[in-house]
Design a protein around this ligand. Structure first.
Ligand code: G3I
Ligand code: 9MR
Length: 601
């Protein structure tokens, strides 16, 4: 890794920290493949201070929260010398929306000198890191997590470190499920569909989530192309001429192309085993793999991200000859199929009534496709200028902005129209202006009052901020919308609030977890992730954002609390709060990269 040197140096000066504060656990060497430096989650003498455990940029707002109890004052000392550098009093206290717990908010933004410090308050001590490249390793590590999700290829020790593994799921012998049979391809016919990313903690490959994840990352690639041109994630393609982010996208895009039926342009909803595999290694899996029924949402998410990719890969024909044209052609055929089959929703229970074997893996179901039509038609119009796409955009135009998620893709269409490097025709400008207004209105609403809340963030103050996948779909994607709004408006408040949500993910929250594996002092150790659980390494694969607090607790796992923001269980069985998934990692890639690209702004 590019910054390996600085990580080693950082670990060295941590010794001083440990001498000063014996209860502190060492910071895991994020992104560094040596597991000997991966420490177990730390328990401090009093686990009260909640803050960003990864790092602050020198000029960034810096806030910590004392989770409970009255605080009169706090101080910061230099970790190496023990000298006091700052004293302060709480900026405010706020009451939890779900209990009478009072939290004190400590602001130490005036400390701007890079270094390692200890924050002392309420009898607790926590480490503070200030550095100009605060999120660089997180940004690269989040992208690298996709490499670890690659199916059908061995992961070499050179790139995967301790998490190297044998190839599994070649997917060169994939059966047409009876529910996907058509005039050309009959039930039981064999196709080849290798490569792509495993979706999540499971080993299946789902087009809806794949298309959405790529779409989100490519949207932010468009926003910061220079940043991504310089990023090195240490993947096998890092030495070529193409930015690593696009290289990693290609690994999945090339699989997605094999999911399109050449006969009619339709796209299979997923490639899956009938049932979830147990917690075994990829090379141990023996269940047959099927492609199942085509769907309108799969076709449209496929079309949208392929059209987007056709533009982004055009300059990189040396590494990817013919791909840009092939992607655009595939996108148009998939879109045409969707127009001809607007009601072809994937309904797994209905299919299971009729076809065998039954399929019980993830559904990624939907009942409306306006948002997918809007996104796909937007990308295709901007790529081709064709009038029928433009008409579909008008027909499906969103009336308000809401952050993206796998089942709600309109925001990606909005981002496409607002891409700052786009040269819009004069007649398209009013449409783009209208969408910009929607985004800015959303941003204004989202940040209102955030600076008086218990965790000093726009996210996390309403019960419906918590649920399956909330840390990405609600927290990170709210922040991503704010980053986009900042880029279009220059309004600093949007950026500051995006950083606050990132701080929430990195530890300034009710549970005190930094919710990304391998980063921070206290991070998930037992994600519901077959790859991590079945390998020989104690530490989970790094760089993965878990689903997060989910009071619905659909998995019936052992949860330490029922409060919305504490309903998180770092246990293997907890798929409803502790799984990882490519769409969640995509949100982290978008946010960590954006905030790192913006750096000291
Ligand atoms: O939208 C409702 C909301 O209105 C309601 O208040 C809330 C109350 O619980 O539920 C919300 O719906 C939830 C939905 O996620 C939100 O996106 C459902 O209860 C919940 O069951 C649903 O979970 C989905 C889960 O699959 C189960 O179907 C997740 O979104 C989705 O990310 C997840 O995806 C799985 C794949 O199927 C298989 N691979 C792993 C992947 C990650 O867990
Ligand atoms: O492991 C599965 C996970 O990837 C899914 O997100 C989740 C919801 O579809 O289901 C998990 O599988 C569980 C199954 O649904 C019920 N039995 C226990 C399985 C986990 O061990």
């Amino acid at each position: 890794m590019k910054n390996k040197g600085s990580i080693l140096k950082a670990s060295a000066c941590l010794c001083a920290t440990l001498l000063l504060a014996p209860g502190l656990a060492a910071q895991p060497a994020a992104g560094n493949n040596s597991i000997s430096t991966m420490q177990q989650a730390g328990s401090r003498p009093a686990d009260l201070i909640r803050l960003n455990q990864v790092g602050y940029y020198p000029q960034q707002e810096k806030v910590a929260v004392v989770n409970e109890g009255k605080v009169d004052a706090f101080r910061l000392i230099d970790a190496a010398t023990g000298q006091e550098v700052l004293q302060g009093k709480p900026a405010y206290t706020a009451t939890s929306p779900w209990s009478d717990r009072q939290r004190s908010v400590l602001d130490f933004s005036s400390l701007t000198t890079p270094g390692r410090y200890l924050l002392l308050a309420a009898g607790d001590t926590a480490e503070v890191v200030i550095r100009p490249d605060a999120l660089q390793a997180l940004s690269a590590g989040a992208l690298k997590s996709f490499y670890y999700q690659r199916a059908s290829m061995p992961l070499d020790r050179r790139y995967a470190g301790a998490w190297h593994r044998a190839a599994g799921h070649p997917d060169t012998h994939v059966l047409i499920h009876p529910n996907a049979a058509g005039p050309e391809r009959k039930a039981g016919d064999v196709i080849s569909s290798p490569g792509g990313w495993y979706d999540a903690g499971d080993y299946n490959k789902y087009i809806v989530n794949s298309g959405y994840s790529i779409g989100l990352m490519q949207a932010f690639y468009r926003l910061f192309p220079d940043y991504f041109a310089g990023q090195r994630a240490d993947i096998p393609e890092s030495g070529n001429q193409t930015p690593d982010l696009l290289d990693e996208m290609y690994y999945n895009l090339s699989w997605m192309l094999t999911m399109q039926d050449p006969a009619d342009g339709g796209v299979y909803h997923k490639l899956t085993t009938p049932m979830f595999e147990p917690f075994i290694r990829p090379d141990e899996c023996k269940q047959p793999r099927y492609v199942v029924s085509k769907s309108v949402t799969a076709a449209l998410d496929f079309a949208a991200c392929m059209a987007q990719a056709s533009q982004l890969f055009a300059p990189y024909a040396k590494d990817y000859p013919d791909f840009a044209d092939a992607a655009l052609d595939a996108a148009q055929r998939a879109y045409d199929w969707a127009v001809a089959h607007p009601d072809a929703f994937y309904r797994q229970n209905d299919l299971n009534e009729v076809y065998k074997p039954e399929v019980s893996t993830g559904e990624y179901g939907d009942s409306r496709a306006d948002d997918e039509f809007f996104w796909a038609a937007s990308e295709l119009y901007l790529a081709t200028g064709r009038k029928d796409y433009r008409q579909m955009v008008e027909k499906t135009l969103p009336k308000e902005f809401s952050p993206s998620s796998w089942g709600s893709t309109a925001a990606l269409g909005v981002f496409a129209w607002l891409n700052p490097s786009l040269k819009l025709a004069a007649e398209d400008q009013p449409l783009a202006d209208g969408l910009k207004q929607l985004l800015l209105q959303y941003a204004d609403r989202a940040i209102e009052g955030a600076d008086r809340t218990p965790f000093h963030a726009p996210y996390g103050n309403r019960a419906d901020d918590f649920g399956w996948g909330c840390l990405s779909e609600k927290c990170a994607n709210q922040a991503n919308a704010l980053v986009y709004a900042y880029r279009l408006s220059g309004n600093r408040a949007y950026l500051d609030n995006a950083r606050r949500n990132m701080d929430y993910l990195l530890g300034r929250n009710a549970t005190g977890y930094c919710y990304i594996t391998g980063f921070g002092v206290k991070s998930p150790l037992h994600p519901h992730h077959r790859l991590s659980a079945s390998d020989a390494v104690a530490a989970p694969i790094p760089g993965l954002l878990v689903g997060g607090p989910n009071p619905a607790q659909q998995d019936k796992a052992d949860y330490p609390s029922n409060l919305p923001d504490e309903s998180y269980s770092d246990t293997l069985p907890s798929y409803a709060s502790n799984e990882i998934a490519i769409n969640w990692s995509a949100a982290l890639v978008a946010l960590a990269s954006s905030l790192d690209a913006l750096g000291e702004k």
